[in-house]
Design a protein around this ligand. Structure first.
Ligand code: GLP
Length: 263
């Protein structure tokens, strides 16, 4: 795992955007796995800026979102469909037909999930999967105890996730959808590269468990230790419980030095 620690949230978002920009410049038909939540908003903002000011072209990009709540319509103000349109899709030139988001209904969900997985495979697989992390170490909506080999399916949300999402639904847990369709841990692990983002002290324990703890279904993000190309981009606050901060910083600083000698 490569762990990149940045002083602030804005800088972590910039580093993440640069990773995606560099990949997109090399491969214009990039397949991106996308995440929602507050964490990737800065990344989307930076990519929108690169599109508007530097002409970064998304016209051949395909996207697959990690997850969506079940039981609210796609046009609900807090659906992930609305989130993606607001923060990213409406502001860049990705063709609408290239944007895939899990559906928000249980009707025909098994067939939907199979087709979602098949669409990812037919695109040639996800090149970069963006991930946030829940306080309990979940990725997508793969709650603790999710099979580390799981595929796209419906998951019941934990109390902790319902509480974390209550502010988006008028502050009451009762209003939060109880289920979601999410890519599985196994689906995520098939991405060619994973880009895990986290910001703030509330994520410090989850990051320490994911990066330095044992690999366990209790912390679904810990399975990323088995992924050959995971980059973890976090701010100082999210790094406060990591044991090897000095080492990660040393490795990254030397990489930057080497890269500057090459350019
Ligand atoms: C939800 C999403 C996850 C996201 C997590 C953390 O559970 N399904 O994909 O990583 O929230 O969200 P935030 O970035 O707002 O802390």
């Amino acid at each position: 795992m490569e762990v990149i620690i940045q002083p602030t949230y804005t800088q972590l978002a910039e580093v993440a955007a640069e990773i995606i920009r560099d990949a997109l410049l090399k491969k214009p038909n990039l397949a991106l796995g996308l995440a929602t939540g507050s964490t990737p908003i800065g990344l989307y903002k930076a990519l929108v800026r690169m599109h508007e000011t530097d002409g970064l072209d998304f016209s051949d990009v395909t996207t697959f979102n990690l997850d969506e709540y079940v039981g609210i319509p796609p046009n609900h103000p807090y659906s992930y469909h609305t989130f993606m349109a607001t923060h990213f899709f409406n502001a860049v030139n990705i063709p609408a037909e290239n944007c895939h988001i899990p559906q928000s209904t249980v009707v025909g969900h098994e067939e939907f999930c199979e087709k979602y997985e098949a669409a990812i495979v037919n695109t040639g697989g996800i090149d970069i999967q963006v991930l946030g992390i829940g306080k309990d170490g979940h990725i997508g909506f793969n709650e603790p105890s999710s099979s580390l080999g799981s595929r796209t399916r419906i998951k019941t949300l934990t109390q902790s996730t319902l509480e974390a999402n209550a502010p988006h639904f008028g502050g009451t847990i009762d209003a939060v959808p109880k289920m979601a369709i999410t890519m599985g841990v196994g689906t995520i692990m098939e991405a060619k590269q994973c880009l895990l983002l986290a910001s703030g002290t509330s994520k410090a324990e989850a990051i320490a468990n994911a990066v330095e703890g044992p690999i366990t279904a209790e912390v679904p993000a810990s399975v990323l230790q088995m992924h050959p190309r995971t980059v973890v981009v976090i701010d100082e606050a999210a790094a406060t419980q990591l044991k090897r901060v000095d080492y990660y910083k040393h490795v990254y600083a030397n990489k930057q030095k080497l890269l500057s000698q090459l350019s």
